[in-house]
Design a protein around this ligand. Structure first.
Ligand SMILES: *Cc1c(COP(=O)(O)O)cnc(C)c1O
Length: 394
């Protein structure tokens, strides 16, 4: 006898995560979906082949494994449809390509993920699309930057590396009134802590490389659209032929099952360390939206359900010429924090943030900015490791 497996919005987040996207009785009761790899899918007759009247037609258009992940993400995002792409960066670029045309103007938040800025300034610019970077604090004031050809507003909150918050509902109101689509890179919060579509955003983007995959080994991006914008996204995805691999989709779906408990731990540990840093005299500032001292804290508190495990702090170094050397001395003294890019996996990571590309929002002064991804280690051990960094960089 099969149970009623229909997802219910009344379920708690962790219950939802355990069930989302796949019914084991669709595949003989096996708890996890099979990893179905495909280019060719056979049709039972020439007539059905002619009309494509079956669920699967070709590997680039989805397999039961990639579909299971898309369905799970739709449940979490509340979206009409989701596409999978091979990286988080590709998720941003494909969204831009779907909604922008030559001659268009796009507004992109200045605290955006660096490679997104690079895409705007190279590929988009070559295609005759102008991206203008705006202050993350703009809120409703973004209206002053709109032109008759403004078609897209890209948001990311908290911002990359410096974690500026944005007033998403205020930006959505202006953008929709003036006919622009709103995209949001929601990688930091995941839909567990912020659901962009509930706040009026049209397109929610995640580097599921981070918390959903969760183990520092898989690269994948998801783009989820509301009803109004889904067909254009799906069509662009099909035209470009960019798809996520079934084996990677399998791993991301497996990661989702434990993401709720992992995120809770990342949140707790990161907050404990952020508070510990805030009390130190050799720290000029802690950039973490869940700290009441952070400028965007009120927005975070109003709109978000939680905080994830990545934030930055400013090491107090008065002399500008010493910033890089002090930052490197600090990082070299760490033994548990790895020096590496990306985040959302189990190990803690640290790096010296490069903010030279900021155009509008001034980067924090007072010292070098160090970014920490707080992993699943014990907080006491991580604090001892950070103490080694402070001791080395006096
Ligand atoms: C990491 C990241 C991406 C890119 O993800 P990849 O899978 O590494 O390409 C995009 N946006 C944000 C905010 C990120 O942190």
């Amino acid at each position: 006898m099969t149970q009623d497996r229909k997802p219910s919005s009344a379920l708690g987040t962790n219950t939802q995560l355990v069930r989302a996207g796949y019914d084991p009785f669709d595949y003989h009761g096996f708890i996890n979906p099979p990893s179905v790899r495909a280019s060719t899918v056979l049709f039972p007759s020439a007539e059905i082949m002619d009309t494509h009247a079956q669920k699967y037609t070709y590997g680039t258009r989805g397999t039961p494994t990639t579909n299971a992940l898309c369905d799970a993400i739709d449940e979490l995002e509340g979206s009409a449809g989701t596409i999978l792409v091979p990286s988080g960066l590709a998720a941003v670029t494909i969204a831009f390509l779907a909604y922008l045309s030559p001659g268009d103007h796009a507004l992109v938040v200045d605290s955006v993920y660096g490679p997104t800025r690079h895409f705007c300034e190279t590929v988009l610019s070559r295609f005759g699309i102008e991206a203008e970077f705006y202050d993350p604090a703009a809120g409703a004031g973004i209206e002053a930057l709109f032109r008759p050809n403004t078609r897209l507003v890209h948001t990311e909150a908290p911002g990359s590396n410096t974690f500026e918050m944005q007033d998403i509902p205020a930006i959505v109101e202006v953008a929709h009134r003036l006919g622009a689509v709103v995209t949001m890179d929601n990688t930091w919060a995941t839909p567990l802590y912020f659901r962009p579509l509930d706040f009026g955003v049209d397109i929610s983007i995640q580097a599921v490389t981070k918390y959903p995959a969760g183990h520092s080994d898989i690269l994948m991006g998801t783009v989820s659209a509301n009803e109004k914008h889904w067909s254009r996204l799906k069509e662009t995805n099909g035209a470009l032929g960019i798809c996520g691999a079934p084996d990677d989709a399998y791993q991301v779906l497996r990661g989702l099952r434990t993401m709720g408990v992992r995120l809770e731990r990342h949140q707790q540990s990161a907050l404990a360390i952020a508070r510990w840093l805030e009390d130190r005299e050799d720290v000029a500032q802690v950039l973490h939206p869940a700290l009441p001292s952070f400028p965007g804290h009120d927005l975070w508190k109003r709109d978000f359900k939680g905080a994830s495990g990545i934030f930055s702090f400013v090491l107090a170094v008065s002399e500008k010429a010493q910033h890089k050397r002090k930052a490197q001395t600090f990082l070299n003294a760490l033994t548990l924090f790895g020096l590496g890019y990306s985040w959302g996996g189990f190990p803690s990571l640290a790096l010296h943030v490069n903010l030279f590309d900021r155009r509008v929002a001034p980067p924090p002064s007072g010292g070098p900015v160090l970014r920490l991804q707080i992993g699943l280690e014990d907080v006491g051990d991580l604090i001892k490791d950070l103490e080694r960094g402070f001791a080395a960089s006096v």
